[in-house]
Design a protein around this ligand. Structure first.
Ligand code: ADP
Ligand code: MG
Length: 583
């Protein structure tokens, strides 16, 4: 699937750095006075010297109103960029812009985007988000100040230092950037509006539970994207969202006032409609509704409960001791499905594992699209039941479990299903999309529904992970966490296939999830006795207190805060994972 991360941002390095060049001894860091003037003269003096001399820049440089720290220096011009940190203790940002965690994240994000714009055409690169506003390592607000982590391709003429260009970038572009990020210099109204938008989204999401809603889609929202490879809003021909009257709710927000839209109630919601009528587009918007969007995205007021997890089939994935017995019994192999392990799951068993793992990690909201499911896990019609008898069919289809999942455990499901009316039997509400216009067709669907006796749903057993199996150390004894494009997370000697984890909204979250695995073990959240869910709770608490940079104080690249569900998903796909026991 393409387009998960939006377009036009180019390829980014996965970080990880730390691969020393190993050519000769490293030069001593420049000693004595290390201020701006000295850096300037040293860089000009280095012009034409061998590239390795750049290493002598390492350490702090005092620019007066900020400190530049050269943290990592690339071994050659073709290696991943060098890393510098810029700490500005006071940029005049008023406390109203950073005083609470939501504002702090939003203002940091706004300033990061401004920095990216200002650095356009420069060798300095800062990691910023696409359409979502997620906490990231590259731009952090300290109390009244700013802390930037920037990559720079240190310039060379072949293997010789291009000292003039380096001097221009570090001693002119960088101080200019710091000046331009001063609160006096920015468009304060725009910055405040940006943070207000995020704050409203957060407030709206917090209201969902008290209204017994799993999602909200505002009137006028623009759901379709520009193309399959762009996450930006469709500009021409987009049909704005118009809520059906029966599902209309109004919510008061702190900044925008009262907004009106479609409330998606708890329980089982079916989205139906003809092909190409916008079903998957609506579900995609709900998948991303766990994140906050930038002003102008079109989905600023499309929010979903923050525990919503997209479920799909994923043939070939590994499954490690997952209790899939609600869905799978009596396999032809005789395997114990309450303690199920496979190196190569089928479409249906992978989807069953994905559901059980999401529930295990704490999700109470499942999002499912027929486009990416295993049909035999979703439905079994009467004729198939007549032909293949119950005792020959190990699968209990989702249709028989979706109600007890809600009734007994409060897990709601939003399901796109255009190809079968069977789910009418179990749906609480049915929304039909007709040429992108939603209609409430619940009454009509009820008339067509059949009586259905469902099974119960026993909660899958919780797993206790063997911490030693979650190890990012390579055969050469060093830690390695690295993203390869948006497909693979390299974790020590393991390649983790992350393509099916659809709610990564930013490539940096893949790296972030790898760092979270390391933190789960390193911070003793996974301690060999806690269940996985308890370990995730414990990590979440630490991240709430310490912020995203807790994940990578020693890490030489950019990363973005992942959700616990994606952290669990990455862990579950780690082929080295060992589960010590179940509870
Ligand atoms: P379905 O899942 O019902 O087959 P999709 O959600 O994949 O349909 O949408 C089909 C096409 O319609 C996509 O190209 C999508 O971008 C476009 N589309 C979806 N919603 C809208 C809308 N509200 N306005 C305009 N185009 C839309
Ligand atoms: Mg579709």
């Amino acid at each position: 699937m393409t387009g998960r991360y939006g377009g036009g941002q180019g390829r980014r390095h996965g970080g990880g750095g730390g691969r020393g060049g190993g050519r000769g001894p490293e030069p001593e860091p420049i000693g004595g006075v290390r201020d701006e003037a000295r850096l300037s003269s040293e860089l000009l003096r280095m012009d034409g010297a061998s590239y390795g001399r750049y290493k002598s820049l390492k350490g702090d440089w005092d620019f007066g109103d900020f400190t530049l720290t050269v943290e990592r220096v690339q071994a050659d011009p073709f290696a991943p960029p060098s890393r510098v940190r810029v700490l500005v203790p006071d940029t005049g940002i008023p406390k109203s812009a950073w005083g609470d965690p939501v504002r702090r994240r939003a203002t940091a994000d706004y300033l990061g985007r401004r920095a990216r714009r200002l650095l356009r055409g420069s060798l300095l690169k800062i990691d910023t988000g696409g359409q979502e506003v997620i906490e990231r390592s590259s731009c952090q607000l300290t109390d009244g100040g700013i802390d930037l982590r920037i990559g720079i391709d240190l310039p060379g003429h072949g293997r010789r230092i291009d000292g003039r260009t380096a001097e221009r970038e570090l001693c002119r572009t960088l101080p200019d950037l710091v000046d331009d990020l001063d609160w006096e210099e920015i468009d304060v109204e725009e910055a405040v509006a940006f943070a207000d938008t995020v704050a409203d989204t957060v407030a709206l999401r917090a209201r969902l539970a008290e209204r017994n809603l799993v999602a909200f889609v505002a009137e006028g929202a623009v759901l379709p994207r520009r193309s399959g490879v762009s996450d930006e809003p469709m500009t021409r021909g987009a049909v704005p969202f118009d809520p059906p009257e029966s599902l209309r709710v109004s919510v008061d927000l702190p900044h925008r006032g009262t907004v009106s839209g479609m409330g998606v109630p708890e329980g089982i919601t079916l989205i139906v409609g003809g092909g190409f009528h916008g079903k998957s587009t609506l579900l995609h918007a709900l998948e991303r509704g766990v994140y906050d969007h930038v002003p102008g995205d079109g989905r600023e007021l499309v929010v979903t409960r923050d525990d919503a997890v997209k479920i799909r089939a994923e043939e070939g994935r590994r499954v490690e001791r997952v209790d899939v017995s609600p869905f799978v019994r009596n396999l032809p192999t005789g395997a114990d499905t309450s303690d199920f392990r496979t190196e190569n799951a089928s479409g249906s068993t992978s989807q069953a594992a994905n559901i059980c793992e999401a529930v295990e990690a704490g999700s109470h909201t499942l999002l499912v699209d027929e486009d990416s499911t295993a049909t035999n896990l979703m439905i079994r019609d009467e004729r198939m039941q007549a032909l293949v008898h119950g005792d020959r069919e190990p699968l209990i289809p989702f249709i028989d479990l979706v109600r007890p999942l809600y009734r007994e455990h409060g897990v709601s499901t939003v399901l796109v299903m255009g190809g079968s009316g069977d789910y009418f039997d179990v749906a609480d509400q049915v929304i039909m999309l007709d040429a992108y216009h939603p209609h409430d067709v619940t009454e009509r669907a009820r008339e067509l529904a059949h009586e259905r006796v469902d099974a119960g749903f026993a909660l899958p057993r919780a797993r206790v992970v063997e911490p030693a199996s979650v190890d990012d150390t390579t055969a050469r004894g060093r830690g390695r966490i690295k993203r390869r494009d948006t497909d693979v997370l390299v974790f020590g000697e393991n390649d983790i296939d992350v393509r099916a984890i659809e709610q990564f909204a930013d490539p940096g979250q893949i790296t972030g999830a790898g760092l979270a695995l390391r933190a789960l073990v390193g911070g003793r959240h996974l301690d060999g006795t806690r269940t996985l869910a308890e370990a995730l709770d414990s990590l979440d608490e630490a991240l709430d207190r310490g912020g995203v940079t807790l994940l990578g104080s020693d890490f030489g690249g950019d990363y973005v805060l992942p959700r616990r569900y994606e952290v669990a998903a990455v862990l579950n796909r780690l082929r080295a994972l060992r589960v010590a026991g179940q509870r």
